[in-house]
Design a protein around this ligand. Structure first.
Ligand code: SF4
Length: 356
């Protein structure tokens, strides 16, 4: 196994010690408490600010004026910490920083959470790993995004940062048709600026929802099961478990019919307590339907029920990624065939470094 890929997978599990003041992201969903490293022109999100990172053998060191990713003090690869998007420092028409509305993920992906709330939280059935409210509580994001502001962010991200695609995620909103209309308008606004749009929603019972999102301009869609293991799911994502795996499979089939093979995806969070075999079965199940299963190491988010858990061990992922790669390759699925979104960006997963 190439040494660099192994080191990067270890970096995602163990974290990387960074110099004080390194630009990064505290709180928030997804790649929280970490930095985005740029290595060989590709992006990789790694934990940097969580307590467990202090024990990591991996660090960023300044060696004769260049920054290197080091393992136990030995240089492995030149690396740079991403400072985020230039567009983020620009403002809305009312003088608010655009970083409160959207951020640059990876190297060329605009990312925003259209509704930073979720119907499952007030019911107490939220996912244990969820960080949807973290940046809201920290005062760094606005609760609901708007089409005109996202259009401005998209245009500036395109022109200043070379953004080519976008992720529009959202907390669950049930059957709220008003919120669906706003989400569609946001998709349309970002697509209107020339960015290929990826949208992430809960699997809708009504197939018309998929049609509305596609007609608004979404090119790819994420319908995230999170774990293929039903026991794990009922423990850490009770609302998704209650929907049932069948609801996801139905929505995946319909979405592949509308968006195409390789343009529908699911996240699988590794490290929630599932066995590696269960995860590989889940990879196979999705791939057989033309759905790209993006395996991402679980990352603890401050303030939620799993805040004190740890990411999975790197050995599990080093074993898993090549096996997942064989399954996806046989199914004709490839991250760079995805037109937009998390699969295309890939910075939250080490999979891309092993992809055939
Ligand atoms: S569905 Fe789960 S992960 Fe998604 S926003 Fe709601 S609680 Fe969070």
């Amino acid at each position: 196994m190439p040494r660099l890929a192994r080191t990067l997978v270890r970096a995602q599990s163990l974290g990387v010690r960074v110099p004080a003041g390194a630009p990064g992201r505290r709180g928030g969903a997804g790649p929280s408490e970490g930095v985005t490293l740029l290595v060989s022109g590709r992006a990789l999100c790694v934990p940097a600010f969580s307590g467990y990172v202090a024990q990591s053998p991996l660090s960023l060191e300044d060696l004769e004026g260049e920054t290197w990713l080091c393992d136990a003090g030995k240089p492995v690869a030149r690396a740079e910490v991403s400072c985020g998007g230039r567009f983020e420092t620009r403002t809305t028409g009312t003088g608010e920083r655009l970083s409160r509305h959207a951020l640059l993920h990876g190297t060329d992906c605009l990312a925003t959470t259209v509704f930073q709330t979720c119907v499952h939280w007030p019911r107490g059935s939220q996912c244990a790993f969820c960080g949807i409210r973290a940046s809201l509580d920290a005062g760094t994001a606005v609760e609901q995004k708007s089409p005109p502001v996202l259009a401005r962010a998209a245009a500036l991200a395109r022109d200043l940062d070379g953004a080519t695609h976008a992720v529009l995620t959202t907390g669950g909103f049930g059957r709220d048709v008003r919120k669906l209309a706003i989400l569609c308008a946001c998709v349309e606004a970002v697509a209107g600026e020339g960015l290929a749009v990826h949208v992430q929603v809960e699997p809708p019972e009504d197939p018309g929802v998929l049609e509305m999102l596609a007609s608004s301009g979404a090119r790819t869609i994420g319908l995230h099961l999170e774990s293929p293991d039903p026991d794990v799911l009922s423990r850490v994502a009770p609302a998704k478990a209650a929907m049932g795996k069948e609801a996801f499979l139905r929505a995946w089939r319909r979405a592949v019919d509308r968006f195409g093979e390789n343009q529908v995806s699911t996240f699988y969070l590794a490290g929630l307590g599932e066995t590696p075999d269960a995860l590989l079965d889940g990879v196979r199940m999705a791939a057989d339907l033309g759905v790209f299963p993006l395996v991402v190491p679980f990352r603890p988010v401050p303030g939620n029920q799993m805040a004190h858990s740890r990411p999975p061990s790197p050995e599990v992922l080093e074993d898993l990624y090549p096996k997942a790669g064989e399954i996806l390759s046989r199914a004709g699925l490839h991250s760079q065939r995805s037109l937009a979104g998390c699969v295309r960006c890939g910075a939250c997963s080490g999979y891309g470094w092993y992809e055939p």
